[in-house]
Unconditional design. Sequence first.
Length: 134
Amino acid sequence: ITITSLFFSKEAVVSFGFESRHVILWFTIFIIHISISGMFILIAELTRSSSWVIGVTLFICFDMTSLLYALINILIEKIGIKSVDISVFMLDANLSQMELGVPDKCIIRSLVIGILFLILMALAGMKIQKVKDI
């Protein structure tokens, strides 16, 4: 984008540099991507098929998870728990929020959720992995 802006914008001033906030944001995005990949590997391991992974990937990419999260939120409200948004705790929703202007509180929450999912996926993978699979 920076190189293209040099060609198409005559008055643009382009500066190069990094802030520590950007590095933390990119690290958070990296952790979330690794966690999502771990989830896909776990699904493939559980189902012994890649077709489920493809289905889940399409489900996430077409943002169908927001419908699922809305349904879960309705069910949680019917139980009696008010003002809970399940999407705040999901990887794909946190990944879609990662922009340069996102508040620090969201970055920290996303990083913690990414690390927790990464640990859970690793522990679940170790639990279901069989010696004959290696």
